[in-house]
Every structure is written in structure tokens, then in C-alpha cells.
Design a binder for this molecule. Structure first.
Ligand SMILES: [Zn+2]
Ligand SMILES: [Zn+2]
Length: 276
């Protein structure tokens, strides 16, 4: 009787240990400190998303007025060309470029020009401040260097705070000029090519895929370098270079972002010879 009890206890303990070991293995395999309830729910809904995607593809997506090329699996709504779903904003964004964590907003069809203008003017302002403040920075820096000399210089608290503020402001301005300038130049390249940041990756893949087949990829949304800038800045007439580029303007971008017909300002141009 006692032996039987001991045996049962030993068996329960073995099963318990096996269970704990298995649980630990499973946790080690799937544990993710960044995962939360939303991630788990998304993963559970994945088969439904798959079903929606395939069923709508089967029946066709152009049932509504929206010129959709696919269906957003999250919004379960038609998704026009160049539109992407932002998981942070939790919505589809027309001609989505990227989600900017600094602006806490998406950069897309309606605010891409403002985003670029912000980068351009901020960089120009920082470069101006860095160049014009160079002498002031150097004087303040030289003064700080003398703090540890003996006998110590007779700077007041106010003067010392002034020196440090100047150095801080100059370093901040120069760093922002460098970082934002680089980002602005990169976006200039993308605009010249008629691509968004997301399309850059998609097009690169597509280019490689077609290259293997001996074909040349041509970006359907590119109207040539000048044409792309005209479309991006909204230049319809010559005077718009002044009124819409040099001066602040609230004009809306070309089109609704739903359809991507060739704009009138570039329609008369021949397609670019170089496919980019
Ligand atoms: Zn969506
Ligand atoms: Zn977003």
C-alpha cells in the first residue's frame, strides 16, 4: 500500500516535471517581450485576413467607384494603387511614404510636399545658423576652455551660462543640419525617381525580378526627373515656380490619390528614355 502510494507520487511528480519542462521549452520558443494582446489577436485573425484577401481576389475588387488594385486585409476595404496600410495609424494611407515617429503621423499623398518643405527649410535654417554663428561659437568655446586655468577667469554665472548655451545651440544646429540634410537629399533622390520610400523597396525587387527574365522595369508613376518635381510641387504654369515653390502655398496635390492618371503638366512630354 505504502509502496503503491510512493509510486503514484513519483509518477505525478514525473508528469509535473515533464509538463513544466515542456512549458518552459514552448515559452522559450515563442516568448517575445514586444508582443502584446493586439499581436496575438492579429495572429489569430490571420486566416480570416487570408480568406478575405483570396475571396475578394476571386470575385474581383472593382465593385465600387474606387480604382482599387487590392483589398486591405486589415480595413477590409478597397486599396487604390500606391496606398499602404499603416499599422501605427491603423488605417490605409494614400500614396504612403512612411510613418514618421517625429511627427507622430504618416507622410502620404496630402502632406508629402509639406514634409519635404519642412526638411528643406529646417536644413537651410540650421545651415544658416551654423555658418553665421561660427565666430560666436568659437569665442564661447575658447572662453569655456579657460575655465580650468589658474587663476580662474572672472566670468559671472550669467556669462558662463551664456557660453554653454551658445555651444549647445551651435552643436544642436549643426547636428540637425547634417541629419535632416541627409534625409532631405535622400527624399530628393526618391522624388526625382518618382518613388515613395515604400515603393523604393518594391520597385527594387521588381527590377531584379524582371532583370533575371531579361526585361527592363519601368516605374509607371515616373514622368521623368523634371516632370516628377513638377507633379510633386504642383507646377502647372511657369509662375508657379515663384508662387508655389518660393512663396508659401496651400495648394492641394495633383489628383485625389485614388487614380494615377498622367497629370496635364507632363502629359505632353515624351516618356523618359532612361527607365528608372
Ligand atoms: Zn488598411
Ligand atoms: Zn502612420
Amino acid at each position: 500500500m505504502r509502496i503503491g502510494e510512493r509510486r503514484r507520487f513519483w509518477l505525478t511528480r514525473q508528469v509535473e516535471q515533464l509538463w513544466l519542462y515542456g512549458w518552459l521549452c514552448l515559452r522559450s520558443l515563442v516568448y517575445n517581450s514586444f508582443a502584446d494582446g493586439d499581436t496575438a489577436l492579429d495572429a489569430l485573425f490571420e486566416p480570416i485576413y487570408w480568406l478575405v484577401d483570396h475571396v475578394t481576389r476571386w470575385f474581383g475588387v472593382s465593385k465600387s467607384d474606387v480604382a482599387a488594385v487590392s483589398i486591405c486585409r486589415k480595413c477590409i476595404a478597397p486599396k487604390p494603387a500606391r496606398t499602404h496600410h499603416c499599422s501605427i495609424c491603423n488605417r490605409c494611407v494614400l500614396k504612403m511614404d512612411h510613418h514618421c515617429p517625429w511627427l507622430n503621423n504618416c507622410v502620404g499623398h496630402y502632406n508629402h510636399r509639406y514634409f519635404f518643405s519642412f526638411m528643406l527649410f529646417m536644413t537651410m535654417g540650421c545651415i544658416y545658423s551654423s555658418i553665421s554663428g561660427w565666430d560666436m561659437f568659437w569665442e564661447a568655446y575658447a572662453a569655456i576652455e579657460t575655465y580650468s586655468q589658474t587663476p580662474p577667469p572672472t566670468f559671472s554665472f550669467r556669462q558662463r551660462a551664456f557660453h554653454k548655451s551658445i555651444v549647445y545651440a551651435w552643436v544642436l544646429c549643426s547636428s540637425v543640419a547634417l541629419a535632416l540634410g541627409a534625409l532631405m537629399l535622400w527624399h530628393s533622390v526618391l522624388i526625382t525617381r518618382g518613388e515613395t520610400s515604400i515603393e523604393r523597396h518594391i520597385n527594387r525587387k521588381e527590377r531584379k525580378r524582371l532583370q533575371k527574365k531579361g526585361k527592363v522595369f519601368r516605374n509607371p508613376y515616373s514622368y521623368g526627373p523634371l516632370g516628377n518635381w513638377k507633379v510633386f510641387l504642383g507646377i502647372e504654369r511657369q509662375r508657379h515656380w515663384v508662387t508655389r515653390v518660393l512663396l508659401p502655398s496651400t495648394h492641394r496635390p495633383y489628383g485625389s490619390g485614388m487614380r494615377w492618371d498622367t497629370p496635364a503638366c507632363v502629359a505632353e512630354q515624351k516618356p523618359p528614355l532612361l527607365a528608372i
